[in-house]
Design a protein around this ligand. Structure first.
Ligand SMILES: [Zn+2]
Length: 215
């Protein structure tokens, strides 16, 4: 991976959607966390991709195009809330650099999840496959409720999935490394077959193509 991906931002003016107060804020085109370590914490704490109004107190997420780079982990994640021709061009030119892990996400929660998975030295492809197993396990619970999202999370020594249900709210299911390794082994070939060296969107849909592919 090239050393050229430096942290860069532009100053942008934004009016508060609630009170109209005008703000000047930094919008990052690239965040390089090897160069600026604190930026990772800022993303994880919802401080970077956020808008805070000093006038009325509104605090809201602010999503825009950004390339996240972690040289040490050879990881690049592109956050693109909306896919456009311009974004695709940038991805194509970034993807020309071979090697490393390249991912595409469309929201901040998914970006944070990918960062946390990498911090735990895990593979997001295996994590997405595991999510499908979890969803199968909780089919009973989903009979009169809807699963809105399922995300990886952790605290030191503990890994789990956080589940967000429409009616029941939040739930948590532990993730065992034994289970992780078993899925990693079981789907090793599928994972290889469905992986490309460009900005891949690795999500439930991606994992579903592996898990339910015809033999
Ligand atoms: Zn305001």
């Amino acid at each position: 991976m090239s050393e050229n991906y430096r942290t860069e931002y532009i100053m942008d003016e934004l009016a508060c959607p609630k009170c109209g107060h005008k703000h000047i804020l930094k919008k990052y085109g690239t965040v390089n966390v090897t160069e600026k370590k604190k930026m990772k914490e800022k993303i994880l704490k919802n401080e970077l991709f956020a808008f805070r109004c000093e006038e009325c107190g509104l605090h809201a997420p602010l999503t825009y195009d950004c390339l996240y780079v972690d040289h040490k982990k050879k990881l690049m994640i592109y956050l693109a809330p909306v896919m456009t021709g311009e974004v695709q061009e940038r991805l194509d030119s970034l993807g020309a650099v071979k090697g490393g892990t390249k991912r595409l996400v469309d929201n901040i929660n998914d970006l944070k999840e990918k960062i946390m998975i990498a911090d735990n030295h895990l593979d997001d492809r295996v994590i997405e496959l595991l999510k499908i197993m979890v969803i199968n396990q909780i089919k009973e619970e989903m009979k009169d409720d809807n699963l809105v999202d399922i995300l990886f999370d952790y605290s030191p020594g503990n890994l789990w999935f956080i589940l967000f249900f429409e009616k029941k709210g939040m739930g948590r299911i532990p993730l065992s490394l034994e289970n992780y390794r078993q899925i990693e082994r079981q789907y090793r070939m599928g994972i290889l077959d469905f992986s490309r060296d460009d900005f891949m969107k690795v999500d439930l849909e991606w994992a579903g193509r592996i898990m339910f592919r015809p033999n």
